[in-house]
Design a protein around this ligand. Sequence first.
Ligand code: FE2
Length: 171
Amino acid sequence: MKWRDQALNSNDEKEILLLYLQRMYWVETEMEQPLEWEAKIELQGEFRDALEILSSDSDRHAMILEKWMKVLDIELPKEAPRGISKKIFDFKGESYYEIFSEIMKYEIFARDAYETIANTDENLLKEIFPEEDTRKQFLQSMNYLVTEEERHRTICAEKVGGYSTIISSPR
Ligand SMILES: [Fe+2]
């Protein structure tokens, strides 16, 4: 969101950022969370600690987003925001490798999305948050979420990496 289109005014740009926040709230609550709970069910207690970290952090992330959506006076989405398809996650019969590979895609996606938000054009941010302190706090929150999602990606990568060394070893 660094680049600003001449055809769009700052209100349009603001709307795009707000929609982004609504989408990420949806991703945390309606995608990451069900994904991790489905993994917990299918893995039957295996990798319990890792999955607990991923799902409880996702709850915290949703709360952070909720806080900012309140500040910005935008509604929590009641249905999938524009551009997001409704998904049902089913890991029946899948190996932990496949499950963690799938979760990892969402962690990478979330990391990059928060990074995009953290890179919002500075002038636009000044319009949205005229107070410097609030603006700084918002950016801190978004950068914190980037770090968090990167940590989650690493957790998934460890599981996936471990499995791939086993399957690639000669029989
Ligand atoms: Fe998250």
